[in-house]
Design a binder for this molecule. Structure first.
Ligand SMILES: Nc1ncnc2c1ncn2[C@@H]1O[C@H](COP(=O)(O)OP(=O)(O)OP(=O)(O)O)[C@@H](O)[C@H]1O
Length: 821
């Protein structure tokens, strides 16, 4: 026996005949245990036959990468590591002789800290107190328990007498087992993983027996539990679950460490294959804060849907007090991230417009990865369709109903955010357990005109004393369209994700910029306020009549002013600036609107800074209200037919698409296309509004990665946090078309988190009743809702689509606008 072996009480046989690890004790295996705990129960120690007795087989061995901060600090070296009861020893290779000299031997009694580091994947740092009992091969002696001779190769990170080495393992699981074993053996660590800089390991899994997730940060666990994301979902695609969790949490304002991303995904992927075991996902050091910050209430949400027009049929002024009292929304409205860039980007330059550009890999519709067949116009006639339909496996052409369960999986537990509940029901606040989307019937606009000119005549005086509705996000309600399947009524609005960002400008800069785009005068004398027309997250919208032309202001060219007439009806959005958390975004929004005069974009007229705190944005008035209102008030809603006919849908989508193409040509992405943000006037004109989420693409930034939008309308690439471009609007346009066909977007009855998961994993959503639809609309939807962005049509291409040939005349919308009259 070698000296070192003797000193360490190691048998010469200890390094031989290691043999396979014993099988897990199946019966005792508790599936709810994190996998590391499970593995710790297993006897992974190298039980060399001769080892039992003196060392009780109590050692662990294996190949690792090793590095220190000494002379060879730049080098990761492959080493064979042995953990015995007394030492952590590194060899050049598997020891073949009993007296084989180690490269480094550290008495366990000197190890004062072991912690995970981000130096390398699966890496940990071992810190030892160097003033005693450490030895190194380079000392010229074999290891000795009394040696204090540690050369620079083995010492690192000197801090007085403390030195570090770094060990990296190939797999995450190895790292866990090494850490656990070292902690168990080092007397100064007391078997407890409490060194400084330690990383919280989060072992995530799903226990099929209890039907619950294990090892999750508590907030994630709750989110998952109530999102109806099932163990099956987890087993099918755990990476997607982690992805949407991160997405959702971040978007709901949790104070997530920005680095807390990648590891979990990667590990979830890596672990996704074994459904029977819990999956071990190490969130890494940077994700410690994920675990610790997850206490942010999930109820810190912003309404997905715009709040309804306040009840007004009684002819009373809007009850600000009631709204502000009943809303449990957080005080920050959602502005998204408007980001300006000025250099145009070329896109779709190699892609000639086609009449029928069909997405080949539009998820389940076409089910293959080939390039879209570009059919010449002559081939779009019906005789070519059956073959096409067969080849492309268009699910929209599938006969028969789609099983509702495919679209609305069985509910399990109700959503129970930790706190911060959003109530959408003034009379009976919704219990926190229920956070499901709901659509309530929109309220008819206030018909009774207020008696005075200015908005304050409509209710409490505006200004700082006004209990301002928008600041508390009164939630939008919609009646879920009645369905024959009698799905459970949803009580809660869904969330519009909100990302917290540091304001990029100081308040003074913002005000200066705002003054540059507004007329700094009191507009009260220029308008007669008629009624409240709507409520947005950032302010109230009023119908008003122009009583006076705007005063001359150099920011507004004379010809623009001359287009205005006394007596014109306008919409005025009034915002209290002190209630806006991201004032700089309002400036951007005004700039985008001001610069986007198009027949399919709600026309910006002028903006006033009435006081330092009171901003009025004047726009053209759209009497028809939002497309959401129209869908929900359609005579067909509640019946088995679509709320809108295909010709009506074709017309509205075409008009919206024209507005989008205008934006896209200017390299602006809207990022929040949905029926709420499409307004109609009483002549059937269709216009896009709400530029709060707009982003401008530039040469330098031809793609975006910020997750913006409203979950149910979000493109998969947004949900998956990939780079995206203008085509996210095309996806949302496809979803908006489904709204008009089915009354609501896919997955609206799902918890937002589950919806995100479904978008990420299902890709192209299924239609509820494809059998009754024309092939043209199904093909149109396929090219909009194509997961592969490359094959998704551009707005330019869409405008050539044969679906638009069936567009109705604007006058054919009159029945839909009837409800407003
Ligand atoms: N130009 C307009 N003409 C008529 N009604 C409008 C007009 N703009 C908005 N509205 C009504 O006011 C409601 C709120 O609109 P607004 O744009 O403020 O909502 P929002 O999308 O929540 O906006 P933000 O988040 O920017 O506050 C709309 O749903 C619509 O009913």
């Amino acid at each position: 026996m070698s000296l070192s072996a003797a000193a360490n009480k190691i048998s010469d046989n200890d390094f031989q005949n290691i043999g396979p690890a014993p099988k897990p004790p199946g019966a005792a295996f508790n599936k709810t245990q994190p996998i590391t705990a499970y593995i710790n129960q297993l006897d992974l120690r190298d039980k060399a036959p001769g080892a039992r007795g003196r060392d009780a087989g109590n050692r662990r061995t294996g190949w690792v990468s090793y590095k220190d901060d000494g002379l060879l600090s730049f080098l990761w070296q492959k080493r064979y590591m042995v953990l015995s009861d007394s030492y952590l020893t590194l060899y050049k290779g598997v020891p073949t002789r009993p007296n084989e000299d180690p490269m480094l031997q550290i008495p366990l009694t000197t190890i004062v800290s072991v912690s995970r580091t981000q130096l390398k994947a699966n890496c940990f740092e071992v810190v030892r107190n160097n003033d005693r009992n450490s030895s190194s091969a380079s000392s010229g002696t074999s290891s000795s328990s009394s040696s204090s001779n540690v050369n620079s190769n083995s010492g690192a990170n000197s801090d007085g007498n403390r030195k570090s080495i770094y060990i990296a393992t190939k797999a995450e699981i190895e790292l866990h087992t090494w850490l656990d074993a070292i902690f168990a053996k080092c007397p100064l660590l007391s078997g407890v993983s409490s060194p400084t800089n330690f990383t919280h390991k989060v072992h995530v899994g799903f226990d099929p027996e209890t039907g619950s997730f294990v090892g999750m940060p508590s907030n994630w666990e709750k989110l998952l539990k109530h999102s109806r994301i099932t163990g099956e979902d987890w087993n099918n695609n755990s990476a997607a679950v982690i992805q949407v969790l991160q997405f959702y949490q971040e978007y709901n304002g949790a104070n997530v460490n920005p680095n807390a991303n990648a590891n979990a995904n990667a590990n979830a992927n890596a672990n996704a294959s074994n459904p029977s075991l819990s999956k071990s996902i190490n969130l890494g050091q940077s994700q410690t804060s994920v675990a610790s910050d997850v206490h942010k209430p999930v109820g810190d949400l912003v309404p997905l849907r715009k709040p309804p027009t306040p009840p007004s049929s009684q002819g009373k002024p809007p009850s600000f007090r009631q709204d502000s009292q009943t809303s449990l929304q957080p005080s920050q409205p959602n502005f998204g991230h408007k980001q300006a860039g000025l250099v145009p980007k070329k896109f779709n330059e190699n892609r000639p417009p086609t009449n029928e550009r069909t997405a080949p890999n539009a998820g389940p519709y076409y089910g293959n990865q080939q390039r879209a067949p570009v059919l010449p116009p002559s081939q779009t006639s019906s005789e070519s369709l059956p073959k096409f339909q067969h080849n492309m496996q268009n699910p929209y052409a599938v006969k028969g109903h789609i099983n509702q369960r495919n679209i609305y999986p069985q509910r399990q537990a109700p959503f129970a955010p930790q706190n911060g509940v959003i109530s959408r029901n003034k009379e009976a606040p919704i219990p926190p357990q229920r956070l499901q989307p709901q659509r309530l019937a929109p309220v008819a606009p206030n018909k009774a005109p207020p008696t005075a000119h200015a908005p304050h005549a409509l209710g409490p005086k505006p200004g700082p004393t006004l209990p301002y509705i928008s600041s508390t996000h009164p939630p939008h309600q919609r009646d879920a369209p009645k369905k024959p399947t009698q799905k459970p009524t949803k009580d809660e609005g869904v969330t519009k994700p909100r990302k917290q960002q540091k304001p990029s400008m100081s308040n003074a800069e913002i005000m200066a910029n705002l003054k540059n785009v507004t007329i700094n005068t009191d507009p009260s004398t220029c308008f007669k306020m008629i009624e409240k027309a709507g409520q947005g997250a950032s302010g109230s919208v009023y119908l008003a009549q122009r009583t006076q032309l705007p005063p001359y202001d150099e920011k507004y060219p004379l010809q623009e002013v001359e287009q205005q007439h006394v007596g014109d009806k306008v919409a005025i959005k009034q915002m209290i600036l002190s209630k806006q958390p991201r004032k700089e975004l309002i400036v951007n929004e005004i700039l985008v609107m001001k610069d986007s005069q198009h027949k399919n974009i709600v026309n910006f007229l002028e903006a006033y800074l009435k006081t330092e705190d009171d901003l009025w944005v004047v726009m053209e008035f759209m009497e028809g209200g939002s497309l959401t209102d129209i869908i929900e008030n359609s005579p067909a809603t509640g019946s088995t037919t679509s709320p809108l006919s295909e010709p009506q849908i074709a017309y509205i989508v075409r008009e919206t698409c024209q507005g989008l193409k205008f934006l896209h040509d200017k390299h602006i992405i809207h990022r929040d296309i949905k029926s709420d943000n499409v307004l109609l006037d009483n002549r059937g004109r269709v216009k896009i509004t709400d530029f709060g989420f707009c982003a401008k693409l530039t040469d330098k930034r031809s793609k975006r990665a910020t997750m913006v939008g409203t979950p149910y309308w979000m493109a998969p690439e947004v949900v998956k946090q990939r780079e995206y471009d203008e085509k996210v609007d095309v996806w949302s346009l496809g979803i908006m078309s489904i709204e008009m066909l089915e009354g609501e977007p896919p997955y609206l009855n799902e918890d937002p988190l589950k919806a995100l998961y479904l978008i990420a994993t299902n890709g192209t959503p299924k239609l509820k009743h494809p059998e009754g639809l024309s092939l043209k609309i199904k093909r149109f939807l396929s090219v909009c809702l194509c997961v592969d962005v490359e094959y998704r049509a551009s707005t330019e291409e869409l405008l050539h689509h044969t679906f638009f040939e069936m567009s109705c005349e604007p006058s054919d919308l009159s029945a839909l606008l009837q409800w407003k009259r």
